[in-house]
Design a protein around this ligand. Structure first.
Ligand SMILES: NC(=O)c1ccc[n+]([C@@H]2O[C@H](COP(=O)([O-])OP(=O)(O)OC[C@H]3O[C@@H](n4cnc5c(N)ncnc54)[C@H](OP(=O)(O)O)[C@@H]3O)[C@@H](O)[C@H]2O)c1
Length: 233
C-alpha cells in the first residue's frame, strides 16, 4: 500500500537513495533539503526546504506544506565533525546539536498531529555512535545518544496513539559522510567492506512495511566484515 513519507536530507547520501527507492515503489515522497537545487532529480510529490541548523525556522516551512496525514517521517539528515573534546570548537557543538537533535525534535513535534492521524511511523537514522562513544566522536556521539533518548521517550508516549518509532543503528555505509569521517581520522577506507546505501535504504523500507501486528523498535546494521575506523600507523 503506497505511503506518504517525509525524508530529511533527501538531496544526497542515504536520504536521496531512500527517496528514490520509495518513489519507485509508488510512495508519495515529501523530500526535505536546505535548497530546491539539492532536490533536482529526486522523485517527490512535495518539497520541504529548511536549514536544520536553524530549528526555529522549521515551523513556518512545515506550515506552508499543510501536511494533515503522514505515514512516515524518516529523520535522516545529519552531520559529523570529528575532534577530541579538547579541540572540539563551540561552533561545532552548536551546529551538531542543532541539526542532529534539536531540529529532529522540532520536526517531530510539528508533524505529530499528521502522524497520529495516519497511525504513522517515525524512523530515526541513528548510528553505532548512538550506543557507544570512542575517542574523537564526542559531539556526534553525544547528539546520537540524545536522539536515542528522544526516540525512546517518543515510543512510550505515542504508542497508545498508534504511532510507531524505530531507531536504526548502522555501523558504516558508503556516502560522503563515511568518506569524510575516514579522512578526519586519517583512516583507511575500503569501499568493498562498507554497506551500500541501497542496502540501508532497503532495510528502512522493510521496517516501514513490516506486518501490522509487529513493530521493529531498534535495528542494528553492520557490514559482514567491517573495516574499523583507525588512524593509519
Ligand atoms: N554514512 C555512514 O557510514 C553512517 C553511519 C551511521 C549513521 N549514519 C547516519 O545516516 C544519516 C545519513 O548519513 P549519510 O551518510 O547519508 O550523510 P551524507 O551523505 O553526509 O548526507 C547528509 C545529508 O544531511 C543533510 N544535511 C546536513 N546538514 C543539514 C542542514 N543544516 N540542513 C538540512 N540538511 C542538512 C545533507 O544536505 P546537504 O547536501 O545540504 O549538506 C545531506 O542530505 C545521518 O544521520 C548519519 O548520521 C551514517
Amino acid at each position: 500500500m503506497p505511503k506518504t513519507i517525509l525524508v530529511t536530507g533527501a538531496g544526497r547520501g542515504l536520504g536521496r537513495t531512500l527517496a528514490e527507492q520509495c518513489g519507485a515503489r509508488g510512495d508519495a515522497v515529501i523530500a526535505h533539503a536546505r535548497s530546491e537545487e539539492a532536490l533536482d532529480g529526486v522523485p517527490c510529490e512535495r518539497r520541504l526546504i529548511a536549514d536544520l541548523e536553524r530549528p526555529e525556522a522549521i515551523e513556518d516551512a512545515v506550515a506552508g506544506l499543510g501536511i494533515e496525514h503522514l505515514d512516515a517521517l524518516v529523520h535522516n539528515a545529519g552531520i559529523a565533525h570529528i575532534a577530541p573534546v579538547g579541540g572540539q570548537e563551540l561552533e561545532w557543538w552548536q551546529r551538531t546539536m542543532a541539526v542532529n537533535v534539536v531540529a529532529v525534535a522540532e520536526l517531530t513535534r510539528l508533524l505529530l498531529p499528521a502522524l497520529r492521524a495516519s497511525g504513522g511511523h517515525v524512523v530515526f537514522v541513528n548510528s553505532g555512535a548512538g550506543l557507544s562513544a570512542g575517542p574523537g566522536w564526542s559531539s556526534y556521539a553525544a547528539s546520537k545518544h540524545a536522539v536515542k533518548a528522544l526516540a525512546d521517550a517518543l515510543r512510550g508516549e505515542e504508542r497508545a496513539a498508534g504511532v510507531r518509532v524505530t531507531s536504526v543503528y548502522p555501523s558504516h555505509f558508503k556516502t560522503d559522510m563515511q568518506r569524510s569521517v575516514r579522512e578526519q581520522f586519517g583512516s583507511d577506507y575500503d569501499l568493498e567492506r562498507a554497506t551500500s546505501v541501497e542496502s540501508i535504504a532497503k532495510a528502512v523500507i522493510d521496517v516501514l512495511n513490516a506486518p501490522s501486528d509487529m513493530v521493529v523498535n531498534e535495528l542494528r546494521i553492520e557490514p559482514p566484515n567491517p573495516l574499523p575506523i583507525r588512524p593509519r600507523a
